[in-house]
Design a protein around this ligand. Structure first.
Ligand code: ADP
Length: 399
């Protein structure tokens, strides 16, 4: 079964074509600058030459038709004909409280996702546009929705209700939803597999540390707590997002600087985090280079980032009454031994001991704790596309 996985951002589109008999990657690619000047597609078919196509793409539908042409290209494509694609799995960011798992996309599901636009005004519209485009370009194909929020729908009320007047939860759906669910689900299940332990009978803390970053507590295969909240702004200090802070800062700053809601929102989401603290960059590689050269604010940004991850690990062990495994994933989690080491330093009291030699690794499933570490620490590269393809296959097979 060949499955096309699609992830539409506001001006970008990522895709993978997977042969699910053996979970083999057939092709992958990225379209950037959709609707802008200089739009381009980079396609890579496994075993063939990479291809870059620069052509105007006004919207996601035009971008997807360029993608489909590249996939079926006589010379560089992965398939001969679109009929070789059996189903399409779509990453959709927000499903509110409507879906706790992946679903077959029907008219009712589309209507439910449209209702969630208010909760994710930047993410859901391009996701929905992607589904509509595929429905038009490959009319008879089965489309499956896989949601970032779904995995966290198992959180108990004490994890997701905010200490606000309860009526706002009822009126506006103001609650914690959590994000990166597909990644937390994939790496936690994979960690159990690598450790040869029973996923449904263990306590795992997953640290997804990319440009956006979140931590999740997974007990017996279910998410019970996560650091992102009503929006992806809450929790860890991120590339450009504040994460946790005193909410009174918002009204204080708006008053002092005479800011509009939009300007304040922009500061919280785009100008803060490690970029805001360091003044250097939102990319940890740049910040670490600057810190190495003696830039104190860059070092401070790193320290703030690390201590927050540490805090969440300890807090989530408390929430679950213990922890069997801690997992690091995403850009920084997969590629930075020094950050993993520093985050875990000081957690020996709860049974976490890093093996420096094993930790000196990038981007592959690895146990990085010492043999006598009570808590197992792992590096597991995330693979959201594979998870989306697996869900798609499962749903299609059950139809
Ligand atoms: P996104 O959230 O955009 O999907 P990724 O998971 O791809 O992000 O992570 C990208 C981030 O990972 C970069 O911004 C960078 O800060 C961090 N990163 C990648 N490689 C390294 C590295 N070797 N050392 C430190 N940080 C890294």
């Amino acid at each position: 079964m060949n499955i096309l996985v699609i992830n539409c951002g506001s001006s970008s589109l990522k895709y993978q074509l997977l042969d699910m008999n053996g979970e083999v990657l057939m092709a992958k690619g990225l379209v950037e600058r959709i609707g802008l000047e200089g739009a381009q597609l980079k396609n890579e078919t496994t075993g063939k030459e990479k291809e870059v196509i620069v052509t105007p793409m006004k919207n996601h539908k035009e971008a997807l038709s360029v993608v489909l042409r590249a996939l079926t290209d006589e010379k560089l494509g992965a398939i001969k004909d679109l009929s070789e694609i059996d189903a399409c799995g779509h990453r959709v960011v927000h499903a509110g409280e409507k879906f706790s798992g992946s679903v077959l996309i029907t008219d009712e599901v589309m209507a439910a996702l449209e209702e969630c636009i208010e909760l994710a005004p930047l993410h859901n519209p391009p996701n929905i546009t992607g589904v509509k485009a595929i429905q038009e370009l490959i009319p008879n194909i089965v489309n499956i929705g896989v949601f970032d929020t779904a995995f966290h729908q198992t959180m108990p009320k004490e994890s997701y209700i905010y200490p606000l007047p309860y009526e706002y939860y009822k009126k506006y759906g103001l609650r914690r939803y959590g994000f990166h669910g597909t990644s937390h689900r994939y790496v936690s299940a994979r960690a159990a597999e690598v450790l040869d332990m029973d996923y449904n009978n263990m306590k795992i803390i997953t640290c997804h540390l990319g440009n956006g970053a979140s931590v999740a507590a997974i007990k017996n295969g279910k998410s019970v707590a996560t650091s992102m909240g009503f929006t992806p702004l809450e929790g860890l200090a991120m590339g450009t997002r504040t994460g946790d802070m005193d909410p009174a800062i918002v009204t204080f700053l708006m008053g002092k600087e005479n800011l509009t809601i939009k300007e304040m929102d922009n500061i919280l989401n785009k100008k803060s985090g490690v970029l805001g603290i360091s003044g250097v960059s939102s990319d940890f590689r740049d910040i670490e280079n600057a810190a190495d050269e003696g830039n104190e604010r860059a070092q401070l940004a790193i320290d703030i980032f690390r201590v927050r991850v540490k805090k969440y690990i300890a807090a989530y062990a408390a929430v679950m009454g213990g922890v069997d495994a801690v997992v690091f994933t995403a850009g920084l989690g997969e590629n930075s031994p020094v950050d993993r080491k520093n985050i875990c330093d000081g957690l020996e009291f709860m049974g976490i001991k890093i093996d420096d030699e094993a930790n000196n690794v990038r981007g592959k499933d690895t146990l990085i704790s010492t043999k006598d570490s009570k808590v197992k620490v792992l590096l597991i590269p995330t693979n959201e596309e594979l998870m989306i393809a697996r869900d798609t296959k499962e749903i299609v097979e059950a139809l």
